[in-house]
Design a protein around this ligand. Structure first.
Ligand code: PEP
Ligand code: MN
Length: 305
């Protein structure tokens, strides 16, 4: 007779098979991972907001927007110096000149920088300026880029590819972890579907699926997901409610003259109101938005002043 019968114990469950994203899986790392940026942490109670223009354009634009988003309580300034544009004739970004402008904005405001790296050849350059290296949706399955980024010491913000399932997304993250970079933040930014009323289809349920499957923090980008500035605030509230760890939002001091994605960019005033609203709502969802880096309790917009 087996022990099972004599003790009445339930038969042992067969061992669960690890998914193809092993280190990324909650099965190998049940606790939430935290990405530490020095004066704040992504993946904990703080609801972290990254905000700024689609592209770095010039000093007054970058510095003005950086001050605006800082005063409203953003944690991180965003802005692309290397832009993945569909047309080769569209503005491609200012490259190192743009990185220098971001760096100046960090010096003046104390905000950390997230910016995209598109090419393996630019990793050292971007890493020398950025606090977080962004992998855009179009490069989400550029495995040689991911392998090289796995050797970086800076955190990586990995966006979900336009056509990627959650499993494929997590396999992309696995390239970073497998190569030794554990500081990975995932970003749901909408996927391409048959729907044309928005730029992409924001898959908010992916936040739930990702949280169930992995320990990595996940943020939502409602700007690229919707392509419409007026949808950004409601989708941001929904992202908070569904359990995202933060947001990436496009904000421009003059959206109508933006060189890229002006139609989805918030004005500093609308961003300020959204931040006040999110700060009130966050405790209802077990989160908080601290007043960091000298961010005002009741911010006033400074653009143009
Ligand atoms: C961006 O954040 O600047 C960007 C290009 O977004 P995505 O890669 O999600 O399209
Ligand atoms: Mn953009």
């Amino acid at each position: 007779m087996s022990d099972e019968k004599t003790t009445g114990a339930a038969p042992a469950a067969p061992p669960k098979k690890l998914p193809p994203y092993k280190l990324t899986s909650r099965m190998t790392h049940p606790e939430d991972s935290l990405v530490n940026l020095g004066n704040f942490v992504i993946g904990g109670p703080e609801f972290v907001v990254m905000a700024g223009p689609c592209s770095v354009e010039h000093d007054p634009q970058m510095l003005g927007t950086a001050w605006d988003v800082k005063i409203s309580g953003a944690h991180i300034i965003r802005g692309g110096a290397f832009k993945p544009r569909s047309s080769p004739y569209s503005f491609q970004g200012l490259a190192e000149e743009g990185l220098k402008m971001l760096s100046k904005a960090r010096e003046l405001t104390g905000l950390s920088i997230v910016t995209e790296v598109m090419d393996s050849l630019d990793i050292d350059l971007v890493e020398s300026y950025a606090d977080i290296l962004q992998v855009g949706a179009r490069n989400s399955q550029n495995f040689s880029l991911l392998k090289r980024l796995s050797k970086c010491r800076k955190p990586v913000l990995l966006k979900r590819g336009l056509m990627n399932t959650v499993e494929e997304f997590l396999c992309s993250a696995e390239y970073l972890l497998a190569g030794g970079n554990e500081n990975v933040i995932l970003c749901e930014r909408g996927i391409r579907t048959f729907e044309t009323s928005t730029r992409n289809t924001l898959d908010l349920s992916s936040v739930l699926a990702i949280k169930e499957r992995t320990h990595l923090p996940v943020i939502v980008d409602p700007s690229h997901a919707s392509g419409k500035a007026r949808y950004v605030a409601p989708l941001s509230r929904a992202a908070l409610a569904v359990g995202a760890d933060g947001l990436m939002i496009e904000v421009h001091c003059s959206p109508e003259t933006a060189l890229c994605d002006g139609e989805e960019s918030l004005t500093p005033e609308v961003f300020r109101d959204l931040m006040l609203n999110l700060r009130d709502l966050a405790p209802h969802f077990g989160r908080k938005i601290s007043t960091l880096n000298g961010a005002a309790e009741h911010p006033k917009t400074v653009s143009g002043s």
